[in-house]
Design a protein around this ligand. Structure first.
Ligand code: ADP
Length: 260
């Protein structure tokens, strides 16, 4: 639909003189579009075969017939890796969808209080015997206009990350509030924290501070990229405050115009 993409910069040289540089970025733009389409297509095509593999692995494990003990461990590992692959594909697809089109299409007035109650409960289940203390402070009367599915995905990513990167018995605090600037959601933990040099790169795809730890916790490396895109689509902004060994706070800001 758009055949040419131009980028330009203007430099002023004193009185009345200026230099304008125009760059044709059509090729770059088309390549980027091809990359996005390719990722979306591949992820979509791989989902079905993987569902079959996971299905059979589950059937084998649940089977009444005795399994050769030698196969118990490999089977368990195959199932774990296959479900990791499923999460990765789901996140890739989600990200591909978020990257195409800047506008949120299915907007409703989302009850964030209610959503957070559910997310807190799921996070407590994820924590299980690791016994995190997860508290929630959300009692607003207002709702946020946006995509329920996207917002849920973004907020869950932040809260589940807090569980993943906070040692056993750690504390996690979720807060949702409004002021004259807009609405804000913060997720604070007293976990491993993040060194300053990593913070500005965290929302890049597949960026990880410590890839071995992240792989152990089952992360895909796409969570914060998803958060960033969801916020962009809702005219929101993400702030990250963190210090190693002290903990991290992730804050999402939404403009007042999104409140209903
Ligand atoms: P992952 O799937 O690896 O968790 P994310 O995009 O969600 O990917 O996060 C990127 C990286 O940011 C993580 O690998 C981790 O190093 C760091 N990170 C995210 N959340 C936290 C947190 N609450 N505490 C410490 N580190 C975090």
């Amino acid at each position: 639909d758009v055949s040419t993409w131009l980028q330009y910069t203007v430099t002023h040289y004193g009185e009345g003189e200026r230099l304008m540089v125009v760059r044709d970025v059509t090729r770059l733009h088309n390549l980027e579009q091809m990359r996005k389409d390719f990722v979306a297509n591949v992820s979509h095509e791989l989902r079905t075969p993987l569902t079959v593999v996971v299905g059979y692995l589950e059937t084998m494990q649940d089977s009444e017939e005795p399994i050769n003990p030698r196969w118990k461990r490999p089977l368990h590992q195959m199932q774990q890796q296959a479900s990791r692959m499923q999460s990765l594909l789901n996140d890739l697809l989600m990200l591909a969808r978020l990257e195409t089109g800047d506008e949120v299409t299915e907007e409703t007035a989302v009850d964030i209080d209610l959503m957070l109650i559910g997310i807190r409960r799921d996070a407590q289940a994820l924590s299980g015997e690791r016994n995190h203390q997860i508290t929630l402070d959300a009692a607003s009367k207002t709702r946020l206009r946006g995509s329920e599915m996207e917002l849920r995905s973004a907020f869950s990513n932040l809260v589940f990350n807090a569980v993943k990167y906070t040692p056993d018995n750690g504390e996690i605090h979720i807060r949702w509030w409004q002021d004259d600037k807009g609405a804000h959601l913060s997720v604070a933990d007293n976990g491993t924290g993040i060194a300053a040099q990593h913070i500005h790169r965290l929302t890049e795809r597949f960026y990880r501070v410590d890839s071995s730890r992240s792989t152990n916790t089952g992360g895909t490396g796409l969570g914060l990229a998803i958060v960033k895109h969801v916020l962009l689509r809702h005219q929101g902004k993400l702030d990250i405050v963190s210090a190693p060994d002290k903990g991290s706070t992730f804050i999402c800001h939404f403009p007042a115009a999104r409140l209903v």
